[in-house]
Design a protein around this ligand. Sequence first.
Ligand SMILES: [Zn+2]
Length: 438
Amino acid sequence: MAVAEPFDEKDLWPTERLWAMAWRRLKRVLGHAYQRLPFYRKRFEAADITPDDIRTPSDLARLPLLTKAEVLALQAQGEAPFFGMEWWARQEPSVFLLSSGTVGTALLWEPWSKMWRRSLACARAYWHMGLRPGMKALIVAPSWHLVSLLDRMVFELIIPCEAVIVPWGTHLPLYAGPLLDTILDQRPHFVNMFLPMLYALLAECRLRGVDPKEAFSSFRTLGVTGAGMTLKAWQELDKVVGEGKLLEGYGHAEAVVSNGCRERLGHHLMLESAYVEVVDPQSGTPLPPGKRGLIVSTVLIPQGSLYIRFAPGDIGELLPEPCPCGLPWPLIEVYGRIEDQVQVGHLTLLPYDVRTCLDEVQELVAVSGAVVRRRVPLPYLEVLMERPPGANVSALEQRIKEVIGRELGLEVKIYWAQALPARWKGTPVIEEEELRNV
Ligand SMILES: [Zn+2]
């Protein structure tokens, strides 16, 4: 299928040509890092290779993965904002940003020219999501975050909006009330936020007796990031906010930009700004499309803080099939975080896998559950579920057992609780010791 409204000619290129472009840029970044950046020079030397030894994607396995913990350790020893992994022209205006995460906050030094090139990739993603000139756009990101700066560049300079609404202090769920006021007052068309903020907005709507479909009726696109949603969870949430506008994105401040697609088969990767691999978590060897592994990315703009073979800990896969929407940008699907993996029998599972099964039981779609992790893995799965009011628990158990048996080939033991603590909303992992406290 042809793309009806391409952002530019690259939206019409074959996928192979986009990968070839990304590979050429990756090779240039590796050469640059080897020549100019002491941190990477040492990594090449420790691996006993030079950039010339990396001739094919599988050769990338010879260059070690970079973790956030390593970056934090490097930054703890160095003198901010330069740690041997940055490159910039002395006269160029730059911005100093923070990248938060589950293991800590790292620093990013980004020259203006790099921000400009990254904003072009971001603009492409937003164009695919439905942003057009003349719309009203709402920014729901903290001012210290790369996203709020990129959004300003896109909304003001690349796809000029009629208005850019920048609320003050409303990026945390705590401020859902003032944000809902802003939405009702300003009626924006294009909105992007992280998923916990959307849940907080929905709770605020319930509190005020406002139908979210009414509150969000001006939205043409509602992008959410920050969670691996199952297909069913996405469909249910799409119904709640008003059908056809919810899109799920994936990205991080260090490199990756992608856009959620209305075909809901994953996220289209903007290969112009990041080269993305899915690798075996043990060996670091790139895996072919269709295989699940650790998501690894390399920023392709050789300026500012360079993250090469960066593994933020997300688990996903490159999808082998082309997208029915016609966009050639490859698709990636994200399933969760490596620290949330649970070993059951011979299987390594993510909460996503269990949730996908639970979602097949209609009465459980909106019910919180948790996966139990044992220090010594058991041969069967254990799931803690919130007891739905008035439910026939034994009938539900039978259906859960059927679907887990069919989809995962596992037996399952189910524990019921009146209510799960707030931090267990969604489908998180709980440790065996915590099970006793429910
Ligand atoms: Zn698509």
